[in-house]
Design a protein around this ligand. Structure first.
Ligand SMILES: [Zn+2]
Length: 193
């Protein structure tokens, strides 16, 4: 995979760590996770600081070599958060079909064996008491890694898994787990201040 460079901080990173912006025919700016939209694109880190620097007057026009409207940073961030949410749902759906999900607190904790790879995930609106208990019980094992915060509600997680809201689950496939954790951390990086 070729590396891309953030036009704000000039850091190079693999494509999945940056998002892309392109200008539409009327100069309107679109953000996307992959390089699907036609035309010259500009890449940027997932982060409010790089995003606002990218949107400073002239920067985007220079990078895209075309006249662009100057979109509001919070609009771009909101559109990226929604794309990331759908991406996370897609990854979880793939994990579900692969049968590498143990949903629900007890099943998830049983599946999270020390040294077995994979990762525990906690939905964003998991009740504080449940969160504490999972963190405590997970810390008794070792090698499973700390549970990751998922920027998705219990309701949306449950909908992907075809049923009731799910606040805690274990994803046994390490590669999928890494992608879900990465996408979720990108949502956090774009959270409104
Ligand atoms: Zn950057």
């Amino acid at each position: 995979m070729p590396e891309r460079m953030c036009i704000a901080c000039r850091k190079k990173a693999p494509p999945g760590s940056l998002f892309r912006m392109v200008a539409g025919p009327g100069g309107e700016v679109y953000a996307e996770l992959d390089s699907r939209l036609p035309g010259r694109g500009a890449y940027c880190c997932f982060g409010t600081e790089c995003l606002s620097r990218t949107l400073e007057p002239g920067n985007l026009t220079r990078a895209l070599r075309s006249r662009t409207a100057t979109p509001a940073a919070d609009e771009i961030a909101a559109s990226l958060r929604s794309l990331l949410g759908r991406r996370i749902e897609g990854l979880l759906g793939a994990a579900w079909r692969k049968k590498v999900i143990s949903a629900g607190r007890d099943a998830a904790l049983r599946a999270a064996r020390p040294g077995g790879g994979g990762r525990l995930f906690l939905a964003e609106d998991l009740a504080a008491g449940s969160r504490e208990e999972v963190l405590k019980r997970a810390s008794l094992g070792d090698g499973t890694g700390a549970p990751a915060e998922l920027n998705l509600t219990m309701e949306r997680v449950g909908a992907v898994f075809g049923g009731r809201p799910v606040g805690v689950f274990f994803l046994a496939d390490s590669s999928l787990a890494r992608q879900v954790a990465l996408r979720s951390s990108q949502v956090s990086a774009l959270a409104p201040a």
